[in-house]
Write a protein that binds this ligand. Structure first.
Ligand code: ADP
Ligand code: MG
Length: 314
């Protein structure tokens, strides 16, 4: 079964149970309205040794940062401000002391940078390999929440940064620590969540749908299309490939943690101009939402059948 097949089966199995006010499975975070025009958002991500990282390649400090960064990215993807996390770690005997202390320093660094409280968690011994689970909680005005389901036909599709650099760095991630690693590998190990950008985009009413790019544009955009009941046309030559990455890599490789959004067409240019003034970097227009169905790649304005897919983790 695929990752998303499994998630769909979970959704079906649990659909009859009470939701207790939580928005269900399927967005970057689950949303709980807490009254007074405010909501809390919740997300969890798991990193496991051998699958998400290699102990020989990623330092414990980098991993402490990364395990928090990927969760903050999901909170920002809703337009929310991250406020707290819960951290659970399973540690084998050979990672119990020095490794764990360094990991916590990295986790603390990023917690401090974004003003996030560590509110609890769990610690246990592991028979084999390190496993890290982070739950992050964010806070947001109800009116600012951006869901994957908000896209409408005609919307501009925009990406809040260049893509593919983390993917270009992935094959290099086995570069032993201590040796000068290429910049792309460093980016792969040190993703920067777009927290300020997410909060700012959340406050803009012309932004209609948003998510973070963790599995690659080719896969992730489809989540917006599915949940919004729309299609899209993406101009391949407009996909902002980072230096060192080609367009295919930019569309298909994961772990960029850049925000993907749709915006009302008449306001998209203004939004991009304001974003540039605020953050000094562009919002890249890559296409538009259609009544669908499906994702159509265009090259020089003509549809091109491309068998492009993102990451599959399961
Ligand atoms: P993201 O990449 O933003 O973390 P995904 O697209 O991978 O999110 O996940 C899709 C949705 O499935 C999310 O809403 C996530 O919370 C949910 N999900 C994933 N795994 C599980 C699980 N084991 N149980 C319940 N929900 C899950
Ligand atoms: Mg996400």
């Amino acid at each position: 079964m695929t990752e998303f097949g499994f998630i769909d089966s979970i959704k079906t199995l649990f659909a009859p149970l009470p939701d207790n006010g939580f928005e269900g499975i399927g967005d970057d975070c689950s949303v709980l309205s807490v009254g007074g025009g405010e909501s809390l958002v919740f997300t969890a991500d798991l990193l496991t040794e051998g699958v998400h990282f290699l102990r020989t390649a990623t330092s414990p400090r980098e991993l402490g940062r990364k395990s928090l960064a990927v969760n903050l990215s999901d909170v920002a993807a809703m337009g929310a401000r991250p406020v707290a996390t819960l951290l659970s770690i399973a540690l084998p005997a050979d990672a119990a002391d020095a490794w764990a202390a360094e990991f916590m320093l990295g986790y603390r660094e990023l917690s401090e940078e974004f003003g996030v409280t560590l509110a609890g968690g769990d610690t246990t011994r592991s028979a084999a390999g390190i496993t890290i689970n982070v739950t992050a909680i964010g806070r947001i005005a109800d009116a600012h929440i951006k869901r994957r389901s908000g896209a409408r036909p005609g919307d501009a599709i925009l990406v809040a940064g260049e893509l593919g650099l983390s993917g270009a760095g992935r094959p290099l991630r086995d570069t032993p620590r201590g040796r000068a690693a290429p910049p792309a590998a460093a980016v792969h190990r040190n993703p920067q969540p777009q927290v300020a950008e997410g909060i700012w985009l959340g406050s803009r009413p012309e932004v209609r749908a948003m998510m973070d790019l963790s599995d690659g544009l080719a896969s992730d955009l489809k989540h917006i299309l599915d949940r919004s009941g729309v299609g899209a046309e993406v101009a391949v030559e407009q996909i902002p490939a980072a230096p060192g990455a080609d367009i295919r890599m930019a569309a298909c490789s994961g772990e960029d943690y850049k925000l993907l959004l749709t915006a009302a067409p008449e306001a998209a240019e203004r939004l991009a101009a304001d974003f540039r003034i605020r953050f000094g970097t562009p919002l890249h227009p890559i296409g538009r939402i259609t009544s669908g169905p499906g994702l159509v790649w265009l090259r020089n304005g003509k549809p091109e059948p491309l068998d492009w897919h993102g990451f599959e983790h399961y």
